[in-house]
Design a protein around this ligand. Structure first.
Ligand code: 1HE
Length: 258
């Protein structure tokens, strides 16, 4: 059943996870969330990085509004907390996630993308938070993650006015880090995921788990924690081998930007 709603493939060390409910524009139902939870766990076990994309014409139309109409207040809380837990498995899990975005990236779809570490949008992608128009609020972590990515003022604009932002603007707004031609986001995301998969797993773990936490700390606390994370990673056997490879001239040199 879960496989119907979420596809799972592997390309070498990269897991490729697809939202597969195109007839409902990949709207996130309870079953989709549970299927995604399984895929996230599996990717963490089997791969060194992951790509997340949407089957069909859109990345994701957000919360399944048909299901949501019927919930009681406390069911709504539990549902939102479940989204938080599943998205936290992406954001603060064990491997880097790259989302490939096209078409609608709206509401809970944008919240999901915001939980990934890198966002690649093709020029068909459009971003919106129509919660205000639907009489609801973000519940998938957007008030924290989207507000931090783009700033409270821009998120407020999206929510109050229903403003729809294209891919270029989304890059300027820091909602995405890469923009590609239509249809090319998934290949670019895979390329980036492969690069990240080639890093030391401990460094990747530190990046995805330490950086957001340090961002939540005072500067002094952050610097203190940074020293421990730095020392822990730098004294690992893998770091020693990689540093030695560089010093011996066996590691690739950095290139200039294209
Ligand atoms: C849906 C959903 C959905 C489509 N829940 N069923 N999200 C929104 O407010 C976005 C609502 N969706 C749209 O604005 C449009 O569907 C799209 C711009 C994404 C795509 O348009 P289009 O013309 O390609 O498709 P469509 O004809 O609107 O939709 C196709 C079907 O998908 C149709 O069902 P059908 O049975 O009539 O074929 C739609 O009802 C269905 N569909 N989107 C349920 N979201 C944790 S809090 C997060 C809060 C939010 O995410 S709020 C934002 C919700």
């Amino acid at each position: 059943m879960a496989e119907d709603l979420i596809s799972f493939d592997r390309d070498g060390e990269v897991a490729i996870v697809g939202l597969r409910r195109p007839e409902k524009r990949n709207a996130i139902s309870d079953r989709v969330i549970e299927a995604l939870a399984l895929a996230v766990e599996r990717a963490g076990r089997e791969a060194k990085a992951a790509v997340l994309f949407g089957h069909g014409e859109h990345f994701c139309a957000g919360l399944d509004l048909a299901e949501h109409v019927k919930r009681s207040p406390i069911e709504g809380v539990h549902n939102s907390r479940r989204w938080h837990a599943v998205f936290a498995g992406i954001e603060r899990g064990t491997i880097p996630w790259v989302s490939a975005l096209h078409g609608a990236v709206v509401g809970g779809g944008l919240e999901l993308a915001a939980a990934t570490h890198l966002r690649v949008a093709d020029r068909t992608a459009f971003f919106a938070l129509p919660e205000g128009q639907r009489g609801i609020f973000v519940g998938g972590g957007g008030s924290v993650r989207i507000a931090r990515l783009t700033g409270v003022a821009r998120m407020t604009d999206l929510m109050l006015t229903g403003r729809v932002v294209g891919a270029e603007e989304a890059e300027r707004w820091n909602l995405v880090q890469y923009v590609t031609e239509p249809g090319a986001a998934q290949d670019r995301a895979l390329e980036l995921a492969r690069i990240a998969a080639g890093n030391a797993p401990l460094s990747n773990y530190a990046v995805i788990n330490a950086l957001p936490r340090i961002g939540d700390m005072s500067a002094d606390d952050g610097l203190f924690v940074e020293s421990f994370v730095a020392s822990f990673t730098a004294t690992s056997p893998e770091a020693e081998a990689r540093l030695r490879a560089f010093l011996d001239g066996r590691a690739a040199r950095l290139g200039r930007p294209a």
